[in-house]
Design a protein. Sequence first.
Length: 391
Amino acid sequence: MSVLQAGERTRTVLPFLVAGLSLVYAVAGVAWLLGADGYAFGPVPPDGERLSLLARLPDQVGAGLIAVLGVLGVPAAIGHARTEWSASAYRPLLAFTALQVVVFGLLAPSVTVAMLTGYLLVLLGLPTGIVWLIVGAWKQPATRVLLLGVAGVVVVVELTTGLFDWAAFRDVAAGLGDLPAKVGTTPLFVSGALLLGCGWALLGIRGLRSARGRCQRCGRPGARWTRPESARRWGFWATIVAVLCPMPYALLRMTWLLPNPIGFDADQLNAEPGIKLLGLGLGLIALASGIVTLGLIRPWGEVWPRWVPFVAGRPVPIKTAVIPGAVAATLLLVSSASLTGLLWSAEASLTRNIVYLLIFPFPLWGASVALATAAYYYRRRTTCTTCHQSG
């Protein structure tokens, strides 16, 4: 009897997308093996810092691994679209899928992915979010007063620190202009590897669900801990941890507004206003992420608050919270692998490592965000449209 029943498997384009991306890395890996420049997973110049765990292998070995997995990944990914696998034949495919997840999802990416995401949120997400909230909050008398108070704080900050001077924005623009020449195509290949690893992970999850006789779409029937009443209990504590994790980093960045910032030289920060502005923006993103995460256990995480424009009072779609939460958890957990490798080196002291992990608790933060997001999903999900099960 086949493991994957045709009626239980929802055909999608995902296997073919994964196959296409695998082909891209197959070609790139072969090119790097033949001596092409731009190997994306080696030590980062000029100091040779090994951000990716794959960089701990010689470049030729890493390129060969990428090439082999890319070539073999094309038929393997397409194989996930088949429905007539037997149990014995499907196990090797799942094992190979797990290898792809480890290499492309954990070893190849680095903390660079999280850093780039953070900078994009500062440059694009933060201004957009501020404008969006101002438009909605100005319509309500109570939040209008709060906005005026925030505006007053911004004016005081500018008068006392000169944070928003033209020189700061000019430095940020100059840094962005020089970025493509400095980093080349490396961020594209590193980010693409993460996407490929996530694609293999989704294929593996679907395969495991099918092999265990569960719905491929929702995973039902699930374990007892996935039931709404159980998820509500353990999800509460996971969310509290996820809210607290970014606070040390946010508070550390906020000290940049003080005459004597913690862990940084005030004169150096003042001499580089662009870096100071970006750093404080990252601190605000960290603070906002903690506040937003709290919505996973609060009523305003299920119904849009009245100060949110256009959708106030409507139910929050589950995907609106689950997709960003899953992306954030993935970025944090993937970054944890390379960050741990960077910290726990022979040259680093134990005290330094502990301090860094307290400021950047990526492993704990990523795990808690993943659990909090999963609990939110289990609490709010409705009857599955594929298997028609609920609970």
